[in-house]
Design a protein around this ligand. Structure first.
Ligand SMILES: Cc1cc2nc3c(=O)[nH]c(=O)nc-3n(C[C@H](O)[C@H](O)[C@H](O)COP(=O)(O)O)c2cc1C
Length: 199
């Protein structure tokens, strides 16, 4: 079966795109507004882009509060979602006014970051403090800007909960039991870890 992208919705009741590029990590992004209100929202159009320098990026479908705060302050924090934080993460995707904080809305404790003004999620075992490198409005083949903005941030510091550091000095990804995003309303929990050495 092959389907040209223009007719994908004629063939499927729901676009399978996000179920194919899956599972995707969830960038749980905290920012702060110029008036000092902390914001928190999940973004699964998210990934690590480079490790030298350490770059991460997420895409906002529409000009949302997160990208607006990123533009205004030049900073954001990635918070790692773990299994116990799954429901709070989902709750934090609610569209609430910019003057209200998702931290309060979700009953989540925040903790001050070390190098940026945006706070982190206190219960999250890892957070990446970032400065914004660029915010780019995306476009398709037609060259027409679309309603998606891609924010790239450079990681300037990493918060780690020592309870998640193994004896050999590694971050314990398996212990973090990281939920990931699939298509539709589906999620997948990161499962067993296995090692595969490179040729
Ligand atoms: C798991 C999950 C992943 C999401 N990923 C994205 C995304 O990649 N891009 C986007 O624009 N919205 C995404 N959303 C929706 C936003 O989280 C939602 O619109 C939120 O209200 C944005 O908040 P903000 O306006 O405070 O930035 C996602 C929601 C969930 C639950």
């Amino acid at each position: 079966m092959f389907v040209d992208i223009e007719s994908i919705r004629d063939q499927f009741p729901f676009d399978p795109f996000k179920a194919i590029v899956a599972p995707r990590p969830i960038g749980w992004i905290s920012t702060i507004s110029v008036s000092g209100i902390a914001n928190l929202a999940p973004y699964s159009f998210f990934n690590a882009l480079s490790s030298d320098p350490h770059l991460i990026g997420f895409s906002s479908s529409g000009w949302k509060d997160t990208v607006s705060n990123c533009e205004a302050t030049g900073e954001f924090v990635f918070n790692l979602v773990t299994e116990p934080l799954l429901m709070s993460m989902s709750q934090s995707s609610a569209a609430i006014p910019l003057e209200e904080s998702e931290f309060e809305f979700c009953g989540l404790e925040s903790a001050p970051s070390y190098r940026v003004s945006a706070p982190r999620v206190a219960q999250s075992p890892a957070a990446l403090e970032c400065r914004v490198v660029e915010i780019r409005q995306l476009q398709g083949l037609d060259g027409v800007p679309c309603q998606s903005w891609f924010t790239i941030g450079e990681v300037i510091g990493i918060y780690l909960d020592p309870a998640y550091i193994t004896e050999t000095g590694r971050f314990d990804t398996a212990k973090a039991a990281i939920p990931t995003r699939c298509g539709y309303q589906d999620y997948m929990q990161a499962g067993d870890l296995f090692e595969l050495t490179r040729p």
